[in-house]
Design a binder for this molecule. Structure first.
Ligand SMILES: [Zn+2]
Length: 296
């Protein structure tokens, strides 16, 4: 229970379920409202980067402050939160963010994808298909897909306004000429709703098709770069490619997880501590646990 407000003597409702002395979900109400307005704008213009007044957070920029601000602006007392980093619920970054949001809101947390209503993530989209009542919040380091080709913000904004993506097509073409394939492992550029070019954040190519015509809402937050963008449900998301060099996700053909036996999932290669051999295992640890229970 929380101490009553010193001036009014009324129970401090804003902090109910949160941390005494702090507003519910840490951010003040005006900030949360501003972020929600920016999210609405981002949803209305799929793939378009909307500037927002990114706040100082009690974690360093570059550690997911953009995603965190979106999560804090959305999460209500009835939500169930899951936080993952590279598919893992237990990594330091994920554990810290989950603990912080739980502390300042009192919301229930989970590692089960199916149980969560809000999922904050870095570098992965969960293997289990998401539902319409779930929101995926992605932490984004570099929101501008054209930045590697054009350092000027003014120029890239103009390119987006004019839908002039020639330099990116040229870059992909040069990749093919030089390496006979497109050398982009993560952050592969996509076209959203036939209009804006968007960076899907550093997710593997494997996860890109999950953005297309999905049931759920995707929100992208870049704290340091002060940008929010979105892919609403049932939106066309196309990875760039050429007729003779189409987009190709990572190839895991013939491989399966050495823990749960799953194939057709994103696998990571690790060295088995006991045998010293290289083995593959699911990058989505909660999915792996679930599958291990199904197939003991
Ligand atoms: Zn597995």
């Amino acid at each position: 229970m929380f101490a009553p407000d010193a001036e009014t003597g009324q129970p401090a409702e804003e902090t109910a379920g949160g941390l005494e002395g702090y507003n519910y979900a840490f951010l003040d109400e005006h900030t949360k409202r501003e972020i929600r307005r920016k999210i609405l704008k981002a949803v209305a213009i799929p793939g378009h980067q909307v500037p927002f007044g990114s706040r100082e957070m009690p974690i360093a920029r570059g550690w997911g402050t953009g995603g965190l601000q979106i999560t804090l602006s959305l999460v209500g007392p009835d939500d169930v939160l899951k936080v993952i980093d590279q598919g893992d619920d237990l990594s330091v970054n994920a554990a810290n963010i989950r603990r912080f949001v739980a502390l300042v809101t009192g919301v229930r947390t989970t590692s089960d994808t199916a149980e969560a209503t809000v999922i904050q993530t870095r570098h992965r989209i969960p293997e289990e298909p998401l539902r319409a009542d779930q929101t995926l919040v992605l932490q984004v380091p570099l929101p501008e897909p054209l930045r590697l080709l054009e350092p000027s913000e003014e120029r890239t904004r103009l390119m987006h306004a004019e839908a002039d993506y020639t330099p990116m097509w040229l870059f992909l073409y040069e990749n093919i000429v030089r390496y006979d394939e497109i050398m982009l492992a993560a952050g592969y550029p996509v076209r959203v709703n036939g209009r804006y070019m968007m960076s899907p954040s550093p997710i593997p190519r494997w996860d890109i098709p999950k953005l297309n015509m999905a049931e759920n809402l995707f929100l992208f937050g870049a704290g340091r770069e002060k940008r929010i963008y979105a892919v609403p449900p049932h939106t066309l998301v196309e990875p760039l490619g050429f007729d003779d060099y189409p987009f190709r996700p990572e190839d895991f053909q013939g491989l399966s997880c050495s823990i749960c036996g799953s194939s057709g999932v994103f696998l990571e290669e690790v060295v088995d501590e006991k045998t010293g051999f290289r083995i593959h295992r699911c990058s989505d640890t909660s999915y792996c646990r679930k599958m291990s229970e199904v197939r003991p």
